[in-house]
Design a binder for this molecule. Structure first.
Ligand code: AMP
Length: 311
């Protein structure tokens, strides 16, 4: 891989999580959709982060993002409130989870203002956050980015559906998980749900299916990316955001978003997500290398490689 690194801009939550899994628990776990996205994408492109934290946000989190070269010029530190907090508990099989608590904190009054030098970024990812804030960021771009991706979750589908559908209509790629795709469309069949979502605007759609991988709907085609079967999943929190970071980070290298390149991006997304779930927070994404990423990419290639046969 050459060292060509254009930029991707991400807006989303920067959070302190309390994660409970069947085997372990971590209170004060640094998280947030934009955090995981940034750590993952930082291996593939330059990253600019827009978000807000309170003065309770661990300094280590800022240092870790900076050590990965993530630009924090767009990260506001609001000393008048607390950082966004999320508490979740995973089911025994680690596939499902329940949200036990969400505290918006400084997000409640957040009014993102994009620094001048962010406004022409060519790749934009609107990670999980209040849909009205996603729209505010999109509207502040001076030139329409080459590619805009968006992620969301059940909470916003339930309480801010109109704003969400409005911002979805303006993006190129939506990444969403299986249950959310069904909740958003009322369809129980994924192919029908995908058709309904693409009818709302996005050209391409990624449906994330946890340990079963992810599906890409693009043109008339469907591509299936596996998840890597792992002996131990420590903490799935942020898998979707790390996937999005790998996916967008690869495309932000200036790769045309053709069907074939979107397929490759799906595998980079799956690679970064597979690293992320091997540890709490972003512990396992702090010290990766291009070599480790490429080696795991090869593992994915072997996982799905088969010969065409004729009977
Ligand atoms: P994922 O596992 O990819 O769905 O992402 C988990 C991250 O999403 C956690 O670090 C949380 O802090 C963050 N999160 C949870 N709920 C919300 C929410 N309502 N808005 C924004 N981010 C959230």
């Amino acid at each position: 891989m050459s060292d060509n690194k254009p930029s991707v801009l991400v807006v989303g939550s920067v959070a302190v999580d309390w994660v409970i899994t069947p085997r372990a628990e971590r209170e004060e776990s640094i998280g947030g959709a934009a955090t995981f996205f940034s750590m993952a994408a930082s291996y593939l492109s330059d990253v600019r982060l827009v978000g807000v934290v309170g003065d309770d946000f661990p300094k280590q989190g800022l240092a870790d993002l900076e050590s990965r070269g993530v630009s924090l010029d767009g990260l506001e530190v609001n000393s008048e409130g607390k950082t966004f907090r999320w508490k979740g508990k995973y089911h025994d099989n680690m596939n499902g989870r329940d949200t036990l608590d969400t505290q918006l904190g400084v997000f409640e009054a957040f009014d993102p203002k994009l620094p001048e030098h962010y406004q022409d970024t060519e790749y934009l990812f609107l990670a999980n956050i209040v849909p009205a804030l996603q729209l505010k960021v999109l509207e502040q771009m001076r030139t329409r980015p080459k590619l805009v991706g968006l992620d969301s979750m059940d909470l916003w589908i339930n309480i801010a559906r109109d704003d969400l559908v409005n911002v979805i209509s303006k993006v190129d790629v939506l990444t969403i998980n299986e249950e959310e795709a069904m909740l958003l469309t009322g369809e129980h069949n994924l192919v029908k749900a995908a058709k309904a979502i693409r009818g709302m605007g996005p050209d391409s759609l990624v449906i994330k299916r946890g340990e079963y991988g992810a599906l890409l709907f693009h043109d008339e085609e469907i591509f299936s990316a596996p998840a890597l079967p792992l002996a131990e999943v420590v903490d799935p929190t942020g898998a979707g955001d790390s996937f999005a970071g790998g996916f967008m980070g690869y495309l932000a290298r200036g790769v045309e978003p053709t069907g074939q390149n979107l397929r490759t991006a799906m595998i980079y997304g799956s690679v970064l997500a597979s690293f992320n779930v091997e540890g709490f927070s972003y512990d396992t994404m702090k010290d990766l290398s291009i070599e480790k990423i490429q080696a795991r990419f090869e593992q994915f290639s072997r996982l799905t490689d088969f010969s065409r046969a004729e009977l």
